[in-house]
Design a protein around this ligand. Structure first.
Ligand code: GLY
Length: 349
């Protein structure tokens, strides 16, 4: 088992190791005195809920559970209310804990429920998708979607601990695993040329534990330096400014990972066109993304994408912060005036 410490205001530990789910009870017993409320979804619960509950019972921890329908559509205010009611009906108190067992949707909504129920109860993340392992389970961003957009209501609230068992990825459908790979590649582009080279060479067959741990390491460092997303943490948005617009224009027929992959290639091509990097940089990123069978471009027109880029959640006044690769392993946060974003987008097509 490998551990990564996340040195936030209230620090916590991420445990990474094959078959950790079966031992999760003993890790959790070090953090929870009372009962636990497990929140999972209809895909994950039939596979892993019993294993988690058995492991908790072995440690004498009493567990109740609630299963929500799988999918992004569940990340809404109605299910959030159901989860609050569930915790209240089960008389969960601040000495108890919520466990999120699932992918990003479960982690986000269970985390938001825990962050707000009784003004905050402890919660534990047990991510079961690649994307949740390397991104959403670490860093304390919790949220639900509103009709106006994704993640529009949420809170920063760090978990008590994160238990990451890559053996559960064996049951993840390959397209969803591949989708999470876009975020893995992102860490290589941001910080680690060796990781990037390994990913380009090995593609989807990369060695799970070391790669996932390295991604969590990088994320943990950003989060420790900038817990509330005002500085270096914004680099995690690499590929996402264009990517979110691509997802929206495609009406979500392009997945998040596909859109981020295309978005990373676009911003890298724009970076070259604007004189921020050498041509080898976008070429290298495209080569890596192709080796994962992810897209390096999108079919959309700049005029279709622009309104969604202008509505970017992270926009501050007239300024959109683009994360721009300089070399593999080194990216800058470049403030771009909203009126100039079109030039960047066109340069990236
Ligand atoms: N998913 C990006 C972040 O946690 O900041």
């Amino acid at each position: 088992m490998i551990t990564v410490d996340v040195k936030t205001g209230r620090p916590y530990r991420v445990y990474v190791g094959e078959n950790l789910l079966k031992e999760s009870g003993s890790l959790i017993s070090k953090h929870v005195d009372g009962r636990v409320a497990v929140i999972s979804d209809s895909h994950v619960a039939p596979l892993y809920l019993d294993s988690l509950i058995d492991s908790l019972r072995l440690e004498g921890i009493e567990a109740v559970s609630k299963v929500i329908p799988a999918g992004e559509k569940s990340k809404n205010i109605r299910i959030y209310e159901e989860l609050l009611d569930f915790l209240a009906q089960e008389s969960i108190t601040r000495s108890d804990a919520v466990i999120a067992l699932g992918g990003g949707v479960v982690g986000d909504i269970a985390g938001f429920t825990a962050a707000t129920y009784l003004r905050g109860v402890p919660y534990i993340q047990i991510p079961t998708s690649l994307l949740a392992m390397v991104d959403s389970s670490v860093g304390g961003k919790t949220a639900i979607d509103l009709p106006a957009g994704k993640n529009l209501a949420g809170a920063f609230c760090q978990p008590e601990l994160v238990i990451c068992d890559p053996s559960v990825l064996s049951t993840l459908p390959e397209d969803i695993f591949r989708d999470g790979c876009a975020e893995v590649i992102k860490y290589g582009v941001l910080e680690d040329p060796d990781l990037f080279a390994k990913l380009t060479l090995e593609g989807i067959g990369f060695d799970r534990v070391p790669v996932i741990t390295r991604c969590i390491d990088i994320k943990a460092a950003y989060v420790a330096e900038d817990e509330y997303d005002n500085g270096v943490r914004r680099k995690l948005n690499l590929g996402h400014t264009f990517g979110h617009a691509i997802e929206a224009v495609s009406r979500f027929s392009m997945t998040h990972g596909q859109a981020v992959a295309a978005g990373m290639c676009m911003v890298a091509r724009a970076s070259y066109a604007m004189g921020f990097c050498k041509q080898a940089c976008p070429q290298g990123i495209e080569q890596c993304i192709r080796s994962f069978d992810l897209p390096v471009n999108c079919e959309m027109k700049t005029d279709e994408l622009l309104p969604f880029i202008a509505a970017d959640k992270k926009r501050r006044g007239d300024v959109i912060s683009l994360i721009v690769p300089r070399t593999i392993g080194n990216c800058d946060i470049v403030p771009v005036n909203a009126d100039d974003v079109k030039d960047w987008l066109e340069a990236g097509m």
